[in-house]
Design a binder for this molecule. Structure first.
Ligand code: URA
Length: 203
């Protein structure tokens, strides 16, 4: 498929996803947060689900976790606009707590229901390499239970033939209270993304 047609189909999928009722999460979220980036992007980053800021803005990884991702991309000189960034689940799942909306992990059914959209993104963007950010994304992509520490650092393969690298979710780095620990975790995250970019180049 040529890239103009794939781009039109991707936009059509995003418009269709905006009306999605495949799982109950659409009821409480502000809007669908579809992926963004160009068709043919060599790298696709897949997070868990939009956070509070993403839910309000309608764009993936624009909140605190996105700042960690951007910082890691800047470290290796990778332009975020050249990558495709999305999530395993496209609606924000949360628990209201006073004025706050606290992140709640999506369940298996919600992840599976949303795989429909992730599959469309994979088929149309055709990335050379997919980076799963955290365990929910890894589970969604591999369609099985995973232990992140066992898969980290390996080059895996998806059924569509793309390479897959599994790394930590940027929010896990943000949650670390100890500064040295947080610094080391960020360095490890940068190394994983550098490895992914190198594999994508060679693919
Ligand atoms: N966390 C995610 O997994 N995705 C986002 O888009 C934002 C935070």
């Amino acid at each position: 498929m040529n890239s103009d047609l794939a781009t039109r189909r991707l936009h059509a999928a995003a418009a269709e996803a905006a009306q999605c009722t495949r799982c109950p999460l659409y009821r409480d979220a502000t809007q669908v947060v579809f992926g963004e980036g160009p068709v043919g992007a060599p790298l696709m980053f897949v997070g868990e689900q939009p956070g509070d800021k993403e839910d309000r803005d309608g764009r993936p990884f624009v909140g605190p976790a996105g700042r960690i991702l951007d910082a890691a991309l800047a470290e290796i000189g990778l332009d975020r606009g050249a990558a495709y960034v999305t999530n395993a689940v496209k609606h924000f799942k949360y628990e209201p707590r006073g004025k706050l909306r606290l992140h709640k992990q999506p369940n298996r059914g919600e992840v599976q229901a949303c795989r429909w959209w992730l599959d469309r993104e994979l088929a149309l963007v055709q990335p050379k390499l997919v980076v799963a950010l955290g365990v929910t994304a890894a589970r969604a992509l591999l369609d099985r239970a995973v232990v992140l520490s066992r898969l980290r650092g390996q080059s895996l393969e998806l059924t569509g033939g793309q390479h897959l690298i599994v790394t930590v979710h940027p929010s896990a780095i943000l949650r670390m209270r100890d500064e040295d620990e947080r610094h080391d975790a960020f360095r490890g995250f940068v190394d994983d993304i550098r490895f992914a970019a190198k594999l994508a180049k060679a693919a």
